[in-house]
Each structure stands twice: as C-alpha cells, then as structure tokens.
Design a protein around this ligand. Structure first.
Ligand code: NAD
Ligand code: UDP
Length: 352
C-alpha cells in the first residue's frame, strides 16, 4: 500500500511539474499530518501563505478532501492519503532534505469519532507520533504535537495551568484519546531530552470554526447545525458543565507562534480562550443568534465528561506574546454563517 501511494505521489508530482508555468524551488517543506481535518486545513492554508511547500498527510477518517480542495491548485501543496500508523509512504520519507517542520495533528478530536475505534485512536496517538518523530529526527526538523486539554482529565484545579498533572481515568471510554495524547507527549519530550528532535507541545482547548463537519459531534457544531435545521438542540447532562471556546484563527496563530518559538524547551503550552461558559449558556447564545424555535432536549451526560475546563494561558502570553482576539459572539456568527452555506449547498444540489 505504501508503494502504491508512493507511485501515485511521484506521478502526481510529475504531472504538476509539467503543467507548471513557473517552477518554484521550495526552500522549506512542512508536513501536516491530519492536514485535511478542521484545524489541519487552516494550518495548511497558513503555511502556504507563509511560503512553505506543504505535504498534507491524512487518512480521511474525519478529514475531507473539500477542506483543502482550494489548495490543490497550488504548486506548493501535495495531498497524500495514508495512515500514520502504517509505514510512512516513501514520498514522505524522501522529503527529509527540505523538511523543516512536522505538525502532528492526526487524530479524530470528537468523542464519538475517536471512541468509534479506540484501538486505532490509541495507535494513532502513540505509533503515529513515534513515526513522525523519527521522520523529524532523520530530517533534523522540528516537531509540533497537538496535544489537548484532555490530558488534565476532569480537573480538580481550575483554571488549568501546564503544571497541573491532571485527573484522568485510564480505563474509561475517553482514555484512548486522553492517555494516547499523554503518551504522545511523553514520547515527544523524550525525543527532545535525548536531542533526537526539537519538539513543541501545544495543549489545545476546545476550538471551533469553519470546516468542522456538520456530523462532527462536538457541541458547537451540533448546536449550530441543529439550530439551523430546526432539529432538537441536545444538551448532555443538565448543561451546567463548562468549556472555554477558542476560534480557529486564534488557535492557528498560537500554533504557528509556538512552532517558531526559539527559546529553550518551553514544555507544554496551553492554547485556548479563557472565557468560560456553561453548555446551557452556549445553547442560549446559539438560539439567540439563529432565531431558531427548536426545542432543548436533555440527554445523558457521557461517562467521564469533564465538569469544567478553562485554560490558564499565562505561559502562552509570556512566551509567545499570544492571546485570543476573536470574541465568542463574532466567532459564533462566522461559524454559523459558514455552516448555513455548508448545509445549504447539498440541499441546493439535490433540488437541481
Ligand atoms: P479533526 O478530526 O477535524 O482532524 C483530525 C484529522 O486527522 C482528520 O483529517 C483525520 O482524518 C486525520 N486522522 C485521524 N487519524 C489519522 C491517522 N491515523 N492517520 C492519518 N490521519 C489521521 O480534528 P481537529 O479538531 O482538527 O483536531 C486536530 C488535532 O488537534 C487533533 O490531534 C486533536 O487531538 C487536536 N485537538 C483539537 C481540539 C479541538 O478542539 N479542535 C482540542 C484539543 C486537541
Ligand atoms: N455536549 C452537549 N451536546 C452536544 C454535544 C456535546 O451538551 O450535542 C456537551 C458534552 O457533553 C461536553 C461539552 O458539550 O460536556 C463539550 O463537548 P465536546 O464534545 O464539544 O468537547 P469535549 O467534551 O471533548 O470537551
């Protein structure tokens, strides 16, 4: 399978070269594993704008070709289908000469998606990180891990600073993700400590925005899509649990700043928007924004669902000069407008 992918990529690269009017010699290449996903596609876009040649590597488990379709016109963009737990395609292995940075964003982030095949989720986090770290090591490239606020589990400390070691249930249904990310962090910091690769680790808190899947299953996309379609709005538990939601543009800016941070190993860095609200408050905001007359329905709270979550972003402010700029109202408006178009498009097609 790896050989097939390799042949495909070599052929695609040849086709691109022939069709190109002006050739560009890329000075720097970035690999984005999980690049066809929600956050990954925004990172690919930003890296292309910054002059990188981007290798977007994805198994399309939750990612979609349409997230990066607009980038496929670019000579500095290659989309490679494959799974980070399989042997990496030769085209990636051969990229080491120019590879400057590896972004490891590969892993479904929504609980229903990552719990659908927990073994694959665990392997994606651990085997995937190991393979990508080894690639970064061979290339002398930097490695950025997209870790998560889930490493804090159901936190006893609030807000959560990076020094908090978390309260995670290693036997529960979220563990394939939480513990997978914790193990990936362990691997990353061991590579860094041993001088095998320079790593940066971002602990990302709940992020939302355009290019989430309507069937993603996370709360922002669920509530907006339900409101736009007039379906019941699902609140899990009594809605008093809290989250802090960061708009994707802010997150991408934070990730890029962290990837370029030149000081001594900074350790993990929280990236998120510290404005905290309950799920019920979020539902009210969405209802007010969309003017829906959809009903609220209450469903059981998922097992091990964290009660509250808010990042302490003091470290990101200090080291990266970063803070989120997009308020919840503006972010929700932009996301709702995007979903309205995304939901409408297939309906229009079906009506034609
Ligand atoms: P997403 O599900 O949209 O993106 C994940 C991408 O990884 C998808 O394109 C998927 O197809 C791909 N993928 C999954 N398993 C793979 C594998 N084995 N091999 C190759 N590709 C694989 O999720 P997202 O919200 O864009 O999250 C991106 C990263 O950020 C994830 O690693 C996630 O854990 C992390 N993160 C996200 C959030 C958030 O709120 N969005 C919060 C914390 C951490
Ligand atoms: N949630 C909800 N309704 C939904 C989807 C999620 O009430 O339709 C709740 C979920 O139980 C959790 C919060 O919203 O308490 C955030 O869930 P999400 O899956 O978005 O992120 P995570 O739990 O991973 O932080």
């Amino acid at each position: 399978r790896a050989a097939e992918l390799d042949a495909h990529l070599t052929e695609a690269a040849g086709r691109k070269k022939k069709g190109r009017s002006r050739t560009m010699t890329p000075k720097k290449t970035a690999l984005v594993a999980g690049g066809a996903g929600f956050i990954g596609s925004h990172i690919c876009e930003r890296l292309i704008a910054d002059g990188y040649h981007v290798l977007c590597f994805d198994n399309f488990q939750t990612g979609r070709e349409e997230n990066v379709r607009h980038l496929r016109r670019e000579s500095r963009f290659d989309l490679i289908e494959g799974d980070v737990i399989d042997p990496l395609p030769g085209a990636l292995a051969r990229s080491t000469k120019s590879l400057a940075i590896v972004f490891d964003l590969a892993c479904a982030a929504s609980p229903p998606h990552y719990q659908a095949d927990p073994e694959h989720t665990m392997l994606t986090n651990v085997v995937g990180a190991s393979q990508l770290l080894r690639l970064a090591e061979r290339a002398g490239a930097r490695f950025l891990l997209s870790s998560t606020s889930e490493v804090y589990g159901d936190p006893e400390m609030h807000p959560q600073p990076e020094s908090y070691r978390g309260w995670v249930n290693c036997t529960g249904p979220r563990a394939c993700y939480d513990e997978g990310k914790r193990a990936a962090e362990t691997l990353a910091f061991d590579f860094d400590r041993l001088g095998r690769a320079e790593v940066r680790v971002a602990r990302i808190f709940n992020t939302y925005g355009p290019r989430m899947r309507p069937d993603d299953g996370r709360v922002v996309s669920n509530l907006i899509c339900q409101a736009l379609s007039g379906d019941d709005i699902t609140i899990y538990g009594d809605g008093s649990q809290t989250r802090s939601f960061c708009y994707v543009d802010d997150l991408v800016d934070g990730l890029i700043r962290l990837s370029r941070y030149e000081g001594a190993q900074p350790g993990p860095v929280n990236l998120g928007n510290p404005i905290e609200l309950t799920v019920s408050d979020l539902a009210e905001r969405v209802i007010a924004l969309t003017g829906t007359d959809a009903e609220l329905v209450y469903r059981p709270l998922p097992v091990d669902d964290p009660r509250r979550r808010r990042p302490d972003i003091g470290k990101a402010k200090r080291l990266l000069g970063w803070r989120p700029e997009v308020g919840l109202q503006k972010g929700l408006e932009q996301t709702t407008a995007w979903f309205a178009r995304a939901i409408e498009r297939p309906r229009r097609k079906a009506a034609m």
